[in-house]
Design a protein around this ligand. Structure first.
Ligand code: TXA
Ligand code: MG
Length: 345
C-alpha cells in the first residue's frame, strides 16, 4: 500500500483519525467513509489542497465539490444566509445524507465551487467523518472516492487499485451504510428543487409541507448546450465498459419474460436481478441486486464494478419503481446504462 492506511473496521481508533486530520491540516488529502459513499477530502479553505483532489480523480474543473461540516458554526462561516426552508431542511435531515446549496461567502476558494456563486454543503452522520472534521477543525471539501466517471466507492477493496498512492491517507471502515450519494437540493422561491436524488427522498421532504420540484435532468439525457443546475449531471458516470440495458415493468411477469427472451436470443448476457427473481432467469450468468431498495442502493456500485469481468455482450439490469429511494437507484442505473432504457407497460 503506497498511501498511509488505517483499518477502522473493527474499532474506531481515534489516534488514527487524529493523524488523518493532521494530514488535512497540512494540506494533504484523505480517503474517508461517510454514511453514503467514501469521499476524498481536503481542507475546503486551501485552494492548493483542493487541487490535489481534482488531480487524483481526474475531475473536470467545472464540477464543484461538496463541503462537509460538523457544526452550524462552520456553516455560518461559509454561507451568506440560511433561509427559512433551508433551516427546516437542516433541522430535519442534518446530520445525514442531504446536501443543500447556499449562496457562498468569499472565503471559499474558487476551485471548490467551480467558480459558482453557490456552494453545496452537508453535515455527514457517519461518526468517523464527523470526528475527522472535528479533529481537523476545518470544513472538508470532498467528492465521492472514485476516478471520475467510475462508480462511487462504497468499500475500499473496490477503489484501492485506482486510488492507492494518489491520496495521502486511507481510513477504512468497511462497507458504507447507504451506498448511493447524498440527495442534492437547492431552494428557489421556497420550493425545494431536487438536483440529485438520494436516501432523503422527495416524499420525505414533502412531509414537511414543502413543495418539491424534481429536475427533469435526473432521468433524462442532458443536452450539452442546455444549462444544468448541477454540473455533475452533464458527465458520463457509473457506466461499465460492457453495454448495459435497463428494463423495468410494474408487472413482474412481463419483466421476467422480456429478460428471458433476451437471454434466449443467443447473446452472452449477464443479468443483474432482484433476489426473488434470480432463479427464474434461464442463465447461469446472474448477479444478485438484493431485495429491498435499501439492499439495492447498497449493492449497485460494487456490482457495476464487477460486470466487465464477465466479458458478456450485454448486461441487463432490472429496474425498480421510481418512487422513494427507487428514484435515486434509477437515476444511477439509467446513467450506468447510458440511457439505454426500456419500460414495459
Ligand atoms: O454523498 C455524497 O454527496 C458524497 C460524499 C463523499 O459526501 N459526495 C459526492 O460528491 O457525491 P460528488 O462530488 O461526487 O458529487 C457532488 C455533486 C455533483 O453532481 C456536483 O455537480 C453537485 O454535487 N454540486 C456540488 N456543488 C454544487 C453547487 N454549488 N451547485 C450545484 N451542484 C453542485
Ligand atoms: Mg461523484
Amino acid at each position: 500500500m503506497k498511501s498511509k492506511y488505517a483499518d477502522l473496521r473493527l474499532n474506531e481508533d481515534i489516534n488514527k483519525i487524529e493523524e488523518a486530520a493532521d494530514c488535512i491540516k497540512h494540506g494533504g488529502i484523505v480517503l474517508f467513509p461517510t454514511e453514503t459513499v467514501y469521499g476524498i477530502g481536503a481542507n475546503a479553505l486551501d485552494e492548493k489542497a483542493v487541487n490535489k483532489i481534482f488531480k487524483a480523480k481526474g475531475r473536470a474543473p467545472d464540477n464543484p465539490l461538496i463541503v462537509h461540516i460538523a457544526s452550524i458554526d462552520m456553516l455560518n462561516k461559509l454561507v451568506q444566509e440560511i433561509g427559512e426552508v433551508e433551516e427546516k431542511l437542516i433541522n430535519n435531515f442534518w446530520p445525514g445524507p442531504l446536501t443543500v446549496i447556499f449562496n457562498r461567502k468569499n472565503n471559499i476558494p474558487n476551485n471548490v465551487t467551480a467558480g459558482l456563486e453557490t456552494v453545496g454543503i452537508r453535515m455527514p452522520s457517519n461518526g468517523i467523518a464527523r470526528k475527522l472534521i472535528e479533529c481537523a477543525d476545518l470544513p472538508i471539501a470532498a467528492p465521492s472516492a472514485n476516478i471520475s466517471g467510475r462508480p462511487s466507492g462504497t468499500k475500499i477493496e473496490d477503489i484501492i487499485e485506482e486510488l492507492d498512492g494518489k491520496v495521502d491517507y486511507i481510513l477504512d471502515s468497511g462497507m458504507t451504510d447507504i451506498g448511493v450519494e447524498s440527495t442534492v437540493v437547492r431552494v428557489i422561491e421556497n420550493k425545494v428543487h431536487i438536483l440529485r436524488p438520494g436516501k432523503i427522498t422527495a416524499e420525505d421532504i414533502k412531509k414537511l409541507g414543502i413543495d418539491i420540484v424534481i429536475e427533469k435532468q435526473i432521468m433524462e439525457e442532458c443536452n450539452p448546450n442546455e444549462k444544468v443546475m448541477s454540473p455533475g449531471m452533464k458527465y458520463r458516470h457509473y457506466a461499465p465498459n460492457t453495454k448495459c440495458l435497463l428494463i423495468y415493468s410494474d408487472d413482474e411477469n412481463k419483466l421476467i419474460d422480456k429478460i428471458n427472451k433476451e437471454i434466449a436470443s443467443g447473446k452472452n448476457i449477464l443479468v443483474l436481478g432482484r433476489t426473488k427473481h434470480l432463479n427464474k432467469y434461464k442463465t447461469e450468468n446472474k448477479l444478485d441486486l438484493g431485495e429491498s431498495l435499501e439492499d439495492i442502493s447498497k449493492n449497485i456500485f460494487t456490482l457495476l464494478r464487477k460486470v466487465d469481468s464477465y466479458n458478456s455482450d450485454l448486461v441487463i439490469i432490472e429496474g425498480v419503481k421510481k418512487e422513494g429511494l427507487g428514484l435515486a437507484i434509477m437515476n444511477r442505473l439509467i446513467r450506468a446504462c447510458e440511457h439505454n432504457y426500456t419500460e414495459i407497460n
